[in-house]
Ligand binder design. Structure first.
Ligand SMILES: [Zn+2]
Length: 132
């Protein structure tokens, strides 16, 4: 599975730096620590990659967040209507509950996904980081 560590999916799922895939994107590892769930260091603690590429950089992460939320809603819809016959009202309640419960993850994945559009994995940096 070492090939997986070089993919953007690894960076996004684990909220790791998009350049070295080692440094954490968020200061606190528990996303349900709601008070601190959005706290990020200015730079990667391992390779020094800047996390805020420009002012208001993560405003664009709303697009990624929207895409993730739609994916969760569609998956909920398919799961509910494959296994249960339930009125649309209960689908809305269930989907809303799932979206609220997964919100801290969605928030973080959206930010990591967004920076991954602009910063790419650098095997040379990763090699240097591992050598230290
Ligand atoms: Zn890094």
């Amino acid at each position: 599975m070492s090939w997986f560590k070089t993919t953007k999916a690894y960076s996004v799922i684990n909220n790791k730096c998009p350049r070295c895939h080692e440094g954490d994107m968020f200061l606190h590892s528990n996303p349900y620590n709601l008070k601190n769930m959005d706290k990020m260091p200015e730079t990667c603690p391992v390779c020094g990659q800047r996390y805020f590429l420009e002012p208001m950089f993560y405003t664009g992460a709303m697009y990624a967040s929207y895409a993730i939320s739609i994916a969760i809603t569609v998956a909920t819809f398919v799961a509910i209507y494959t296994f249960y016959e339930m009125p649309i009202f209960w689908f809305v309640i269930t989907a809303t509950t799932i979206l609220l419960v997964t919100l801290p993850f969605t928030f973080r994945w959206a930010r990591t996904m967004w920076i991954n559009f602009f910063v790419h994995y650098d095997p040379e940096v990763a090699k240097k980081v591992k050598a230290q």
